[in-house]
Design a protein around this ligand. Sequence first.
Ligand SMILES: Cc1ncc(COP(=O)(O)O)c(C=O)c1O
Length: 391
Amino acid sequence: MGTYAKLARRVLETDTPVMVQGIVYWQPPEQALEKVKEIVWEPSISRYGADEGLPELREALMKKLRQENKLYKSSVMVTAGANQAFVNLVLTLCDAGDSVVMFAPYYFNAYMSFQMTGITNILVGPGNPKTLQPDADWLERTLTENKPVPKLVTVVNPGNPSGTYIPEPLLKVVLSLSLSLSRARALMRSNSVSSSTGILTTVCRYFMYDGLKHSCIEDNHIVNIFSLSKAYGMMGWRVGYIAYPSELEGIGAQLLKVQDNIPICASIISQRLALYSLETGPGWVRDRVKDLVKNRSLLLEALSPLGVDAVKGGEGAIYLWAKLPDEYPDDFEVVRWLAHRHGVVLIPGSASGGPGCVRISFGGLREADCEVAATRLKRGLEELVRDGMMQ
Ligand SMILES: Cc1ncc(COP(=O)(O)O)c(C=O)c1O
């Protein structure tokens, strides 16, 4: 083996991803796929498109943002998924050496995006031990004590990997603290231009359970990221978008530089599919999400050997989060054991800043397959609690 001397420290020192994204079991709407089949020969499909996205898609997204997300003053850039949207924003908003804030358990790729762009001062805040919701008091202390002010505060709602729902009042506090504190600082230090930007990532807006309502927040220091991957079963088509505040000076032009150097534009045929899928509407998505409620209860039952207090999150998205018994702090080892001995795969919590925990995803299987997985998981966890990791 070599010494990796030719490779960048930036990337060598970035965590290795678990490389397993949560998925849904459905494909995009049939009528949308049929339309896409008809347009493959159109010359425009094989050409580059506008960097910021097809005008008709951006228009449809802006309408959706106004109607569904109550975002009225945002501009849209279409990206190759929410992941690329996040990287675009990190490159646009942060310099190497800046500090940023996120909350555990966090979305592992966001952490890696910081690491590989030279942002190694990642301040990871705790969640409320009962709910896993971000700890606003910790955030206030952190933003007050850290100089210079952290550049970004990033949250995901509903959470990945936990499925935790952040209610609107808390979301407002978390995303606005940075503004009020930085404004106060700006007043105190006349030469200060630093202020934090809040990034709110929403990948699973329609995936809310038990009557909970998802909300977005709009302000000129908040950027929203969205994805079409889960809602419309478009994971492999790679379409997401950034809704950035139109009034935030310069951001659009700077984002364009980054965009032009990474995808140039999101895949044109994927953008057309996104447009046709949006025409099908959120009702189509909600019908599918309804089916996941049963999956979630099957898995909650499967996790019962760990005890009620061990299981958290799952109010939204497609995830549950569970604490393993104290005797098994090595979550990677438990995940390996469950896979080999019981044929069921979870994600180790350490990958998301939550050692001793696991992520359970309930979106990728139809009910019948989920029942099989839940039976295996329950059997495995019963054995773990009763006898340990028998070989
Ligand atoms: C917070 C978060 N960001 C990004 C992604 C990736 O989304 P996309 O497929 O749009 O890149 C996910 C996927 O689950 C996610 O949960």
